[in-house]
Design a protein around this ligand. Structure first.
Ligand SMILES: *[C@@H]1O[C@H](CO)[C@@H](O)[C@H](O)[C@H]1NC(C)=O
Ligand SMILES: *[C@@H]1O[C@H](CO)[C@@H](O)[C@H](O)[C@H]1NC(C)=O
Ligand SMILES: *[C@@H]1O[C@H](CO)[C@@H](O)[C@H](O)[C@H]1NC(C)=O
Ligand SMILES: *[C@@H]1O[C@H](CO)[C@@H](O)[C@H](O)[C@H]1NC(C)=O
Ligand SMILES: *[C@@H]1O[C@H](CO)[C@@H](O)[C@H](O)[C@H]1NC(C)=O
Ligand SMILES: *[C@@H]1O[C@H](CO)[C@@H](O)[C@H](O)[C@H]1NC(C)=O
Ligand SMILES: [Fe+2]
Length: 461
């Protein structure tokens, strides 16, 4: 080969390499979430070993992904050292990109990555237009997920049960927080965030996952040299739509609108008293809600305000947060409060100030996602406000039919088919009072999956 042909050959090889990704460092742990308040953007997050560049290509035709967006910030790593183990963990390079200008109720296809490799082509469907009640809005509700065979069973049951517009996970995601001092064999380390990311990709690369922080996201602020920054992994690995909700807390607390609902995500593990930023933000957020656009207001936090299980009973985050915020939620007629933490299902009648009250909020505890700690068995005598309780793993399905009718069902992970165990209508009347309706026959669920798929990842922990 002459020098000239050699140069030409190199030029050709470089051109080919640019055109054909080498898949040396393709994205892993891909997941999406709503990017704004109106359902017109979707954030995708992924991880590479060393590839620093990143973009997403997207469009409505899988063969012509005609839009693209560069990652919204420089890819970065975080370092974590636990109080209880000498391990210093360094994450992979974390990327986030924002797909903007999306149409409602539309299926999109996307592929993320960079010069070192791109992902497979995933797809998702955008939510209905803001305020729309033409079709029911379906929300999957889970809490305290973890990464066990039970966690995967929960996710598979949701997929078999219905096609949710979004899944809301009310805290305690991967159980990866620092090594647990008393139980070293549980080997809880940051690597478990990566195994969790792999396990949830087959579900949440296709459907938006909206998260809030639980106690397992706090992570320790132990003596040096332990990492001193709380919520570090949780803040690094997600980009929830805080900017559009006027929250400057990253993923710690924020809100978003979807169809006929305004969703509020709160943090039980940071200050919530009246002079604290979280409370002041919440007050302003509730004040701004336009009920003619979003007639439903759904508030979510990790630690339950009402619960009659003996586990995690009357913890500070539960009693003090309720004391601080319950009046505000009541003033603004919040319809539902979902929480987790207690690994059991419990539904409350509309309740206010520790009494059933037709102007009260329907509290539902859904901390039964399937984590390794097992279901929380054992109850106090059933209070008058407790409507249904059962310590079994499962998921919830909330369907908002229109401005007045909501249908909620709880499904246990028993048998191979989703079993409906609790079933209730929440109906709002003109006067603002609600009634918990009779049992429902389970019909007219339009967005139903007709098949089951086998996309679950490996069980790593
Ligand atoms: C995504 O883009 C939209 C539209 O520009 C913007 O409103 C939103 O804040 C962005 N999301 C995030 C998480 O930055
Ligand atoms: C969307 O992705 C799912 C999961 O891989 C797949 O089963 C489905 O066929 C895809 N939809 C389209 C229209 O390609
Ligand atoms: C977990 O950590 C303990 C203590 O460091 C060690 O003895 C054990 O082998 C580890 N187990 C696994 C499964 O890695
Ligand atoms: C919040 O208020 C409660 C009740 O007044 C009080 O016990 C608690 O110490 C306060 N928390 C903080 C962090 O100030
Ligand atoms: C709330 O009600 C339950 C049962 O009705 C009772 O056991 C509990 O003491 C009450 N708590 C407060 C703070 O009033
Ligand atoms: C709301 O939806 C429920 C359930 O489908 C239906 O029975 C009711 O008539 C609807 N109300 C209005 C005003 O459309
Ligand atoms: Fe918890």
């Amino acid at each position: 080969m002459t020098g000239r042909t050699c140069l030409a050959f190199v030029a050709l090889a470089v051109a080919l390499a640019a055109a054909l990704p080498l898949d040396q460092d393709a994205p892993t742990q891909v997941h999406i979430n709503l990017g704004d308040n109106e359902g017109t953007s979707m954030v995708v997050s992924w991880i590479t070993n060393a590839a620093t560049d990143g973009y997403v290509q997207f469009g409505t035709d899988p063969d012509h992904l005609d839009s693209s967006a560069d990652q919204m910030e420089k890819a970065y790593r975080y370092n974590f050292r636990s109080t209880y183990s000498p391990e210093v963990y360094t994450s992979g390079l974390i990327h986030h990109a924002n797909m903007t200008g999306l149409e409602p109720n539309t299926q999109y296809f996307y592929r993320c990555g960079g010069k070192q490799g791109t992902s497979t082509t995933f797809n998702f469907t955008t939510p209905p237009p803001l305020g729309s009640v033409e079709e029911p809005l379906y929300i999957a509700m889970i809490g305290d997920l973890g990464q066990t065979t039970d966690s995967i069973s929960t996710l598979d049951h949701i997929r078999a049960d219905f096609e949710a517009h979004i899944t809301v996970l009310v805290g305690d995601l991967s159980y990866a927080d620092s090594a647990e001092q008393n139980e070293p064999t549980r080997n809880c380390t940051q690597k478990r965030w990566d195994s969790w990311g792999q396990i949830v990709e087959p579900y949440f690369a296709y459907q938006p996952l909206m998260v809030l922080p639980g106690n397992h996201e706090v992570e320790q602020v132990g003596p040096l040299p332990a990492t001193q920054e709380q919520f570090l992994a949780y803040q690094s690995r997600f980009r929830m739509p805080s900017p559009s909700s006027g929250s400057n807390s990253g993923n710690l607390y924020y809100s978003f609108n979807i169809g006929p609902a305004h969703y509020i995500m709160l943090n039980s593990y940071m200050d919530f008293n009246h002079s604290d930023p979280q409370y002041m933000w919440l007050e302003e957020d509730l004040r701004k809600v336009d009920r003619t656009v979003t007639p439903w207001v759904v508030c979510n936090m990790h630690a339950p305000w009402y619960n009659s299980d003996v586990h995690h009973h009357d913890e500070y985050e539960e009693t003090a947060m309720r004391a601080s915020m319950e009046d505000l939620l009541h003033q603004y007629r919040v319809d539902f409060v979902f929480s987790g933490h207690v690994h059991a299902y419990e539904r409350m009648y509309p309740t206010y100030n520790n009494k059933t009250d037709p102007t009260g909020t329907t509290y539902i505890n859904i901390g039964d996602g399937g984590n390794r700690e097992g279901p929380a068995e054992g109850y106090f005598p059933q209070p008058e406000w407790s409507a249904y309780r059962e310590p079994v793993f499962g998921h919830g399905r909330l369907a908002l039919f229109n401005a007045t009718h909501a249908h909620f069902t709880w499904h246990k992970n028993v048998d191979s088919e989703p079993v409906v165990s609790d079933d209730v209508w929440v109906i709002k009347s003109e006067s603002g009072t609600r009634h918990v309706g009779p049992k429902f026959d389970g019909g007219h669920i339009k967005r139903q999956y007709g098949h089951k798929t086998e996309r679950a990842g490996p069980i790593l922990a």
